[in-house]
Ligand binder design. Structure first.
Ligand code: TMP
Length: 225
């Protein structure tokens, strides 16, 4: 597979991304999906952004250190760092896994940049899209699941200890813009996006997510075996 997506060229594997506001529960749900797919005998790889490679984890450390008491990063620097980590993850993990026919589940992907740096930090989306395109080589997920929760629910679920320094200065309006952004992306591309109510009990959320995987062409029959 080239590091740029060739339109119309078939690729193997399945690529599913989970998106959602902070405290939506997507990290725990991603792990449940991974475990269930593995139990069904499916080659499955779970990754988390930013990070997932040696280089990406170093970039994550820089992002974590930013904020009021850390290094100062401009919004555009944030956007480039998230995308640098993403390019590395694609090169080292995601593309090789797809090439061998695996199911790749990513806890956040390119839509996080559009939602957080675009809608949240208010960088123009039409400037961010080419940055994301460059980092990903145009690789889009087959399905993107938005685990949607109202801002106050998500924030209440996150403990202060979980809040990284670069998140600490985001106000409520920022999180409202992120949520609205996600919902607008999902509405604009229903063929790729599925919205799941993240306020439902965790087992119901999981059942909805698993149902999305079962509906995917080629993958569903393998998971249902
Ligand atoms: P998480 O580990 O709780 O998902 O946190 C990652 C944080 O990084 C979260 O606040 C969203 C943020 N983020 C961006 O702002 N842009 C991005 O491109 C990605 C992947 C994450």
């Amino acid at each position: 597979m080239a590091d740029v997506e060739v339109p119309g060229q078939a690729r193997q594997g399945w690529f599913v991304t989970l998106e959602g506001p902070d405290g939506s529960g997507k990290s725990a749900q991603s792990e449940r999906l991974r475990a269930a797919a593995a139990a069904a005998g499916q080659d499955v790889v779970l990754v988390r952004e930013p990070g997932g490679t040696a280089g990406g984890e170093r970039i994550r450390a820089i992002l974590n250190d930013a904020g009021p008491v850390g290094v100062r990063l401009a919004r555009r620097t944030d956007a480039l760092l998230f995308n640098a980590a993403r390019a590395q993850l694609l090169d080292e993990v995601i593309r090789p896994a797809l090439r061998r026919g695996a199911l790749v589940i990513s806890d956040r992907y390119a839509d996080s940049t559009l939602a957080y740096q675009g809608c949240g930090s208010e960088l123009p989306l039409d400037e961010l899209r080419p940055v994301v395109e460059f980092a990903t080589g145009g690789l889009l997920p087959d399905r993107t699941i938005l685990i949607d929760v109202p801002v106050e629910v998500g924030l209440a679920r996150k403990s202060a200890a979980e809040t990284t320094r670069w998140e600490a200065h985001f106000d409520r309006a920022f999180h409202e813009r992120v949520r609205a952004g996600y919902l607008s992306f999902a509405a604009a591309d229903p063929a790729r996006w599925v919205v799941v109510d993240g306020t439902a009990p965790a087992d119901d959320v999981f059942a909805a997510l698993w149902g999305v995987l079962l509906d995917m062409p080629g993958l569903g029959p393998r998971l249902a075996r």
